[in-house]
Design a protein around this ligand. Structure first.
Ligand code: SAM
Length: 253
């Protein structure tokens, strides 16, 4: 990608494209250029500098936030088992990093409530517009229709033709803008759930992010990743250990 365009992207969206896998970033920028019928990268850079709406759209495209409630159900079943084994009664502090529009932190809240644990959740994302959506906690019927009716009636209330997370559960989640690459450590946690986010980062950046996660976890802490993600080889058995037969779940060493 043209150096000038890279600098404009960083200056306008806050995303440093060098921290992400190159092919992915190139394809996503190209998609916005074709949408706007612009062929030249220099021209797109100028367009971006003068167009706030395009900055928003590009940021959305670069940080695609596909997510769903209880995404990959076995993750939540395994996490439930691990939490019951490791913790007993104390308040669990969870960091949902790369939380997108909130489905992951709300699923974690539902899980913790269901197993009767006290909890507080910090949910972060780099993209402010996704966080604004998440804070409202209002979802369309197609987003909740994979949930059991019992869950819907206990944790959601109808809002026109939508479903809103009930205030009692919403208030235990704090949403905050945070870049896991450059904003560093923001507390100490028993669980960090960072799913389907680091797979877009370069290997070197992923290592740095996991070192920060290691420092952010309490003793006995658990790290959960997306099913297609793994720890950098260098860190496995060194900073983290895979939890037996538990896909994508690791413990701090
Ligand atoms: C594919 S979504 C994953 C959502 C959810 N964790 C899940 O697994 O369903 C990836 C999220 O990571 C966020 N993201 C990308 N780069 C980030 C960064 N450097 N710091 C924090 N969040 C980031 C994106 O904005 C997006 O919402």
């Amino acid at each position: 990608m043209d150096r000038y365009l890279e600098e404009v992207i960083t200056g306008t969206t806050g995303i440093n494209v060098h921290y992400y896998r190159e092919g992915i970033m190139r394809r996503r920028v190209k998609r916005r250029m074709s949408f706007n019928k612009i062929d030249s990268q220099k021209e797109y850079a100028e367009f971006l500098k003068e167009n706030d709406e395009e900055i928003e759209e590009l940021l959305k495209t670069l940080t695609i936030g596909v997510t769903e409630f209880f995404r990959y159900r076995p993750y939540y079943d395994n996490l439930e088992e691990i939490l019951k084994e490791r913790f007993s009664g104390e308040k669990i502090k969870i960091w949902s990093a790369g939380c997108s529009t909130g489905e992951e932190p709300y699923s974690l809240a539902i899980l913790l409530d269901k197993i009767g644990f006290e909890y507080e959740i910090l949910a972060t994302d780099i993209d402010k517009s996704k966080l604004d959506f998440a804070r409202k906690g209002v979802y369309s019927p197609d987003k909740v229709d994979m949930l059991d009716n019992e869950i819907i009636s206990k944790y959601f209330e109808p809002k026109e033709s939508f479903f809103k997370i009930k205030e009692d559960y919403k208030k235990k989640i704090e949403f905050m803008q945070h870049d896991i690459i450059s904003d560093g450590i923001i507390g100490s946690f028993d669980v960090i759930s960072c799913r389907n986010t680091v797979k877009f980062f370069t290997k070197k950046i992923t290592e740095t992010v996991f070192i920060n996660f290691h420092m952010s976890l309490n003793k006995n802490g658990v790290l959960g990743l997306g099913i297609a993600e793994s720890l950098p080889k260098k860190l496995e058995g060194n900073l983290f250990r895979s939890l037996k037969k538990k896909d994508a779940l690791f413990e701090k060493i």
